[in-house]
Design a protein around this ligand. Structure first.
Ligand SMILES: Cc1cc2nc3c(=O)[nH]c(=O)nc-3n(C[C@H](O)[C@H](O)[C@H](O)COP(=O)(O)O)c2cc1C
Length: 363
């Protein structure tokens, strides 16, 4: 097994820590993963909610917050740091422009099709761009659009399967169908990557996400044709994760039966840990609210029984009564709070991690 080579940007370990909004993967978690030789990713949706100016100007808080979090991560590591910017964000353009200006190593975009992402790369920009796709159809569409319109080939593909945590790129009724599982989609997109290599001479690594807990899961993805994995839930229960301890404990205490599929106000299904907040939503007890942020293009704010940005930021800050936690299908296997180093050892026991990237703070 070797590290990832993303258009010349090389990681020691073939691992991306999935970007987790709102406020779950910020500078602490992402830099800790980067320090161990993986790729650390800042979740940018709602990032402004962790800064004071949010109530005055949400967009300015997001832009300034993003700059601060990137700078803080850079202080802590010389490893690879990316940002996850959901294509459905209302301030998508501003966030992408800011990330490129800050010379972020890579931008990862899912939750919608990031069809115009290459248009933000000015000549000479070093930022790599990676779409998250749910299957071959989306991967082919993005490849064709990027190539025909911008002459740009994706620097990697992340295929996120239906076992993932957070919002899911499938219709609720087809989440469990065989055709969407990584066992089907990874080999198909592998073929597309091989074809791109043959036709255009560009190596496009394929990264599989959703349901990765340990080395056996990683091996299974490699056998299917992946070059690397992206994992999210396993990194929540770490000392370095940016979320409040109550959020982390929600993940640690979740049983298999607690993990449910919900209808998110943003118009996609999501996977979460059930709690009283979500039960009240289900019972119709929660009523539509005034939207303060208009943060997601597809949010049905007129009828939404709650503000998802507010609920997720409440949870990240430890107020689980007024929010809830997203989690992956295998998240029930996470049973203790440990360190990023230990999680990476479980995923990649053969690597001696953390050799190169000790940050200025000496991790
Ligand atoms: C709490 C949480 C928040 C997430 N937030 C985002 C996000 O903002 N954008 C995104 O593209 N994916 C998001 N994801 C998905 C992760 O980046 C990752 O792909 C996924 O968690 C992989 O599945 P796993 O949890 O089974 O490892 C989130 C997942 C979780 C658990």
């Amino acid at each position: 097994m070797k590290g990832l080579n993303i258009n010349g940007l090389e990681s020691e370990i073939p691992l991306i820590q999935g970007g987790m909004a709102v406020g779950i993967s910020l500078d602490k978690l992402s830099s800790a993963v980067a320090n161990e030789g993986g790729i650390g990713v800042i979740g940018t949706a709602g990032i402004g909610m962790f800064f004071e100016e949010c109530e005055k100007d949400y967009n300015a808080a997001c832009i300034n917050g993003l700059k601060k979090v990137i700078a803080n991560a850079r202080e802590k590591t010389s490893g690879i740091i990316g940002v996850n910017i959901m294509a459905a964000l209302s301030n998508y353009s501003d966030m992408v422009v800011t990330a490129v200006e800050e010379k972020i190593d890579l931008i990862i975009s899912g939750a919608g099709l990031a069809l115009d992402l290459p248009s933000y790369l000015q000549a000479g920009a070093k930022t790599r761009i990676i779409p998250i796709v749910s299957g071959l159809k989306a991967a082919t569409l993005i490849f064709k659009r990027w190539f025909s319109r911008y002459g740009y080939i994706p620097d990697a593909f992340i295929v996120e399967g239906p076992k993932a945590g957070g919002h899911l790129g499938y219709k609720k009724e087809s989440i469990f169908s065989k055709e969407h599982q990584l066992e089907s989609t990874v080999p198909q997109i592998r073929e597309l990557c091989e074809k791109i290599m043959r036709d255009h001479g560009k190596q496009v690594p394929l990264i599989a996400a959703g349901g990765i807990y340990d080395h056996t899961d990683v091996e299974a993805m490699f056998k299917l044709g992946a070059d690397g994995v992206q994992a999210g839930s396993v990194f929540i229960a770490t000392q370095e994760c940016d979320a409040d301890i109550k959020f982390k404990n929600t993940i640690v205490n979740a049983s298999k039966e607690d993990i449910v599929i919900i209808d998110s106000p943003v118009g996609m299904p999501g996977r979460a840990v059930r709690n009283k907040f979500l039960e009240d939503v289900g019972k119709g007890i929660k009523k539509p609210i005034n939207c303060a942020y208009r943060c997601i293009k597809t949010c049905n704010m007129k009828d939404a029984p709650y503000c998802i940005a507010r609920a997720l930021s409440n949870a990240a800050k430890g107020d689980m009564e007024n929010g809830f936690a997203f989690i992956g299908q295998e998240g029930f296997r996470v049973n203790e709070i440990t360190t990023v180093k230990e999680v990476i050892k479980r995923l990649f026991p053969e690597y001696e991690t953390g050799r190169k990237h000790g940050g200025k703070n000496g991790t």
